[in-house]
Write a protein that binds this ligand. Structure first.
Ligand SMILES: Nc1nc2c(ncn2[C@@H]2O[C@H](COP(=O)(O)OP(=O)(O)OP(=O)(O)O)[C@@H](O)[C@H]2O)c(=O)[nH]1
Length: 435
């Protein structure tokens, strides 16, 4: 082979190698570009951010960690001052994500602690308890905040004689603002219109009487509101108290124990809230104040087993009533809701559960309805306790929640005091609302 042929072959090989190298580089680049593009293309549906994230440049030649440190030091905060959230009004305290009203409270908000419950740590002796008769009457003033917003404006409107369309719109708005909900408001306004037309109301007193009748009727005055808390077939009555966090379950259980003891009954308390040790302490304190035994389990233990033990102990000691306080659970957490079903099933292995009382915080308005629906799907609710009606609650939620569940409001919480629990009476309640 001649030298010129050898040179020619070497040139051809070099050209082929260079061509292969160039092709490889181009392909690698294309692949990288196509990967980046895929990541950046938003998928249809699901989460699609409308605004981009603002990045700051890293200092040249710095390591990743240094670059982050430099960027953090240089970034001027652009966020406004933290927004004040109504922590006191929240219904969840475990920092878990929530829906509706709950979702507005960030998980790092100040958590409600045991200290907020105004009870002595150790009760030295069993207390004298006021009789329960006429309690709603004595607590009437507690509803005053709701009453001002609702009764005054409603009676002012209806007592003014013939109503034009604008005035009827105002009546409707008043009912909606009071938390009566759209369906019930429409129904009540229609009834009021036809009754006013029929009866020829002329004075404010007549208007008040008519509104009273219509509202009391809407509250199902014939519903059975008695609390199934007395022993039967030689076994204690068993009541389960359920609801989301912080609505007032423990307080209600304690207040209920007082009412029963005041009526000469013997009570045992079951602290099936094993999640929060302070809750069991709190319940035990309520128990000591009325001379009732409290059964509790280890922190983090199985709440169903504490409930079972409570009923067993109640049967052994022959008490009239076993009140079981359960842990607050967010209705959006399926696992916790299933656990509630288990607590009830386990108790039912040895006794009938006579009442499942759903505690709702009246100040949470419409969110209370969502909670009620989910709890009712999990355990058959037999009665509702509406707490904090003394606060900013507008009262109308009573109408809606009964209608929604077909279950009566049996008790109302009208304050933090030990005796601020009253039976729910439609007539007295409407009177308090109308003033
Ligand atoms: N104003 C007012 N406060 C109430 C009423 N009922 C309960 N509270 C207060 O609500 C707060 C929460 O009550 P708890 O009984 O601890 O609530 P809980 O549902 O047992 O709470 P968790 O065990 O955390 O789920 C306490 O500060 C109670 O004093 C009421 O009718 N009116």
């Amino acid at each position: 082979m001649s030298t010129s042929s050898l040179v020619l072959i070497l040139v051809v090989v070099a050209v082929v190698l260079i061509a292969a190298l160039v092709t490889g580089v181009v392909l690698t680049r294309r692949r990288r570009i196509s990967l980046t593009q895929k990541e950046e293309t938003p998928k249809p549906g699901g989460y699609q951010a409308s605004a981009g994230i603002t990045f700051t440049p890293a200092a040249p030649g710095a390591t990743d960690a240094e670059a982050v440190a430099v960027a953090e030091a240089e970034v001027t905060p652009v966020h406004p001052a933290p927004v004040e959230h109504p922590v006191a009004d929240r219904t969840e305290t475990d920092g878990q994500p929530g829906v509706g009203d709950d979702a507005s409270v960030p998980r790092d908000s100040v958590k409600r602690g045991f200290v907020e419950v105004d009870l002595p740590v150790e009760a030295s002796e069993v207390e004298e308890i006021e009789p329960t008769a006429g309690r709603l009457e004595r607590l009437r003033g507690k509803l005053s905040k709701s009453r001002n917003a609702f009764g005054t404006s409603l009676l002012g409107l209806l007592g003014a004689g013939d109503l034009d369309e604008d005035s009827w719109q105002d009546v409707e708005d008043t009912l909606l603002i009071a938390d009566l909900g759209a369906t019930l408001t429409t129904e009540i306004v229609a009834t009021l219109r036809s009754k006013l037309a029929e009866s020829g109301v002329r004075t404010e007193a007549q208007a008040q009487a008519l509104v009273r009748t219509v509202l009391v009727d809407a509250l199902g005055p014939r519903m059975d509101r008695s609390l199934k808390a007395l022993p039967h077939a030689g076994k204690p009555a068993v009541l389960l108290v359920v609801g989301v966090n912080g609505v007032g379950k423990t307080t209600t259980t304690g207040k209920l124990a007082r009412v029963l003891v005041a009526d000469g009954r013997t009570v045992l308390l079951g602290a099936a809230d094993t999640f929060r040790a302070a809750a069991a302490d709190q319940l035990e304190t309520w128990g000591k104040r009325v001379g009732a035994e409290t059964v509790r389990g280890p922190e983090g233990g199985d709440p169903a087993s504490v409930a079972f033990e409570s009923v067993k102990r109640g049967m052994d000691t022959g008490v009239d009533t076993v009140l079981i306080d359960t842990a607050g659970r967010l209705h959006t957490k399926k696992g916790l809701m299933d656990e509630l079903g288990k607590v009830k099933r386990v108790v039912e292995k040895q006794a009938v559960v006579d009442e499942v009382l759903l505690v709702l915080d009246a100040t949470t308005g419409q969110n209370g309805l969502t909670q009620a629906r989910v709890f009712a799907e999990q355990v058959a609710i037999t009665g509702i306790v509406l707490t904090k009606l003394d606060g900013t609650a507008k009262g109308g939620i009573v109408f809606q929640v009964q209608r929604e569940l077909g279950v009566p409001v049996k008790l109302v919480g009208l304050g933090e005091g030990a005796d601020h629990l009253a039976p729910f009476e439609p007539g007295a309640f409407v009177d308090a609302l109308l003033g």
